[in-house]
Design a protein around this ligand. Structure first.
Ligand code: SF4
Length: 355
């Protein structure tokens, strides 16, 4: 009998970044090569040409944009793939639906200062860019006037002054667009300026980049994110377990190993994740990468996304199904945000939570 000695190779976690970038390219290259042409997406995925007219007309209102790193996780030839549904424009997006709005959260009145949304007590949103790693068809800001919120240097300084003048603000939330679409030099400067404001404690980043283009977790990003006195919290937006592949898991591990608190929020989407078993698997996979479930949002009622809506009764059934089968800490809080409200509303469970 032949016996082999097994050598354990210790890989420096930071080397994973280099290896990943060598294989897939830099995140900027991946982003610049994202598919924006509906015909190209259908061809890559071997999908029926009957989907083309809807994809073209939907993309005219809100452009298709999906990087190859995400397309690689979509099943070929399956028009009902849950990841595809999140990114492929369809004709129903053009249907005007009663009860849905172009500004579903009533954000315009809270956007009095350029680049800032101040709608919560004690915290505010800084929106540094209109760009995203992917354009999600259910996005509640698909009609948001980002062009009115792109900041030049003077406007950045003015935004910092605004935050400095309100000592009740302890947390700044970088939101979007997707804040990680900015380059690391700019983000490092922003965080440096924020850290000078004494009453700030935390920096929270809402982003879909680690899920869509995990190559975005660069050494430079880890440097500015963890080299500040502000406590870093990252809320990734992950909706389906198929989104969590090995690269995403590696990116999560790197962030965790560098001390970043990781949370997930999902949107509850018909035909994507409106199923207890799917959401349990999502929580399991994320937890195994060090990400805690945080919120499960009912759809924000934005025009163009009505076909994703799951009603509250069905949402409660799903939550109940999750509660029957998994530990309480794996269950996100079911929440909704009402237009003009000062925060999200957690929908009280009608089931007994097993912890
Ligand atoms: S990444 Fe976020 S902000 Fe960007 S399109 Fe998707 S949901 Fe909207």
């Amino acid at each position: 009998m032949i016996t082999r000695s097994v050598q354990t190779v210790q890989t420096n976690p930071d080397d994973i970044i280099d290896i990943r970038q060598k294989i897939a390219g830099s995140w900027q290259e991946i982003l610049s090569q994202a598919v924006t042409n509906p015909q190209e997406l259908l061809d890559i995925l071997g999908l029926d040409q009957a989907l083309l007219p809807g994809a073209v007309v939907g993309s005219q209102q809100f452009q298709l944009q999906v990087p190859h790193t995400y397309i690689a996780r979509i099943r070929k030839g399956d028009p009902n793939d849950p990841l595809l549904r999140q990114v492929l424009p369809i004709g129903e997006e053009m249907v005007i639906t009663p009860g849905f709005s172009f500004d579903p959260l009533g954000e315009k009145p809270k956007n009095s200062h350029r680049g800032i949304l101040h709608k919560y007590q004690g915290r505010l949103l800084l929106m540094p860019t209109q760009l995203c790693g992917v354009n999600c068809r259910f996005c509640f800001r698909r009609h948001f006037p980002y062009e009115e919120n792109t900041l030049n240097r003077e406007e950045w300084l003015s935004a910092f002054d605004y935050i400095r003048s309100d000592t009740s603000v302890t947390e700044v939330i970088l939101s979007g667009g997707d804040p990680l679409a900015l380059n690391d030099n700019r983000l490092a400067w922003v965080v440096e300026e924020l850290a000078k404001i004494p009453h700030l404690r935390r920096l929270r980043i809402h982003t879909r980049f680690p899920v869509v283009i995990p190559q975005r977790i660069t050494k430079e990003l880890l440097n500015w994110l963890t080299g500040t006195r502000l406590q870093p919290v990252m809320v990734i937006h992950c909706n389906h377990p198929d989104e969590v592949d090995a690269d995403v898991a590696d990116a999560m591990k790197l962030l965790r190993d560098h001390g970043v608190q990781l949370l997930n929020q999902s949107a509850l989407l018909k035909g994507v994740n409106d199923d207890a078993d799917v959401l349990i698997e999502l929580s399991e996979r994320l937890f195994s990468c060090g990400v805690m479930p945080y919120y499960l949002h009912l759809l924000d009622k934005v025009q163009g996304a009505a076909h994703f809506e799951v009603d509250e009764q069905r949402a409660r059934q799903i939550m109940s199904g999750m509660s029957d089968q998994c530990s309480g800490y794996l269950i996100p809080r079911l929440a909704r945000e009402n237009a003009g409200a000062s925060g999200k509303v957690v929908i009280a469970p009608l089931y007994s939570l097993k912890i």
